[in-house]
Design a protein around this ligand. Structure first.
Ligand code: CA
Length: 231
């Protein structure tokens, strides 16, 4: 059973989400206060958090940022009221995996929840594909879902890991944003391409010495991204 934490002060919305998540066989815990939810999440592992932004106690951006600072890397889906908040939500420091703009449809909600609950098994190649990829100081262990850089462990969220693994397993292959949205987030809604951009930026800030001049995750101008294949 998947453990889901909902932090949302609008009780109707929280209950609506809970109802649909229980249909998906999730164990749901609801908080109407940001600080209470944050404290619970610190000591109780979860598979997904659905997090509102404007909350009493502590706002959603701070909840997300501080959980990431405490090395809690479970998926976090933010609920945003206005589309202008998206850049902030998915910004480098916040650390959210995904977002949903209110008002949302149940269909949209369920698609997002499923996509974020799924630990994507990115098997773009056959079983013979290597489970440990090593390239210029970076080591990506697929089975352990662990990344280290010059022997130091790098903490990545599940989506950051999936993104890096997909690219690194196929060095030199360019994926456009739609491909990545499909393969990593497993949905194909229009207009969510900047979810990809912000994850690439965050990934680079964690693994690249100079994120503006990356060694690993390269930009294919006007198309998308690829992993370096020059030895
Ligand atoms: Ca609210």
């Amino acid at each position: 059973m998947k453990e889901v934490i909902i932090i949302e002060d609008e009780k109707d919305i929280a209950e609506l989400i809970e109802l649909h998540l229980e249909d998906l066989d999730c164990e749901v815990k609801i908080f109407h206060n940001g600080k209470e939810g944050f404290e619970y999440a610190l000591s109780n592992p979860f598979d997904l958090m659905i997090l509102d932004i404007n909350l009493p106690g502590m706002n959603g951006i701070d909840v997300c940022r501080q959980l990431r600072a405490e090395k809690v890397n479970s998926p976090i889906l933010m609920l945003t009221a206005r589309s202008e908040e998206i850049d902030k939500v998915l910004g480098l420091e916040t650390g959210a995996d995904d977002y949903l703009t209110k008002p949302f449809s149940v269909r949209e909600l369920l698609a997002r929840v499923k996509a974020n609950l799924r630990r994507v098994e990115i098997d773009t190649q056959s079983d013979t594909s290597e489970s440990v990829i090593s390239y210029k100081g970076i080591v990506i262990d697929k089975k352990k879902r662990k990344v280290s850089l010059n022997n130091e462990r790098i903490e990545l969220t599940p989506k950051e890991f999936d993104l890096l693994y997909l690219l690194a397993a196929n060095p030199g292959v360019t994926y456009d944003r739609k491909d990545l949205l499909n393969l990593v987030w497993s949905y194909d809604f229009e207009g969510y391409e900047h979810t990809v951009n912000s994850h690439i930026n965050r990934l680079r800030s964690k693994i690249e010495k100079d994120p503006t001049n990356p060694d690993y995750v390269l930009t294919t101008w006007g198309v998308g991204y690829r992993f370096n294949d020059i030895s």
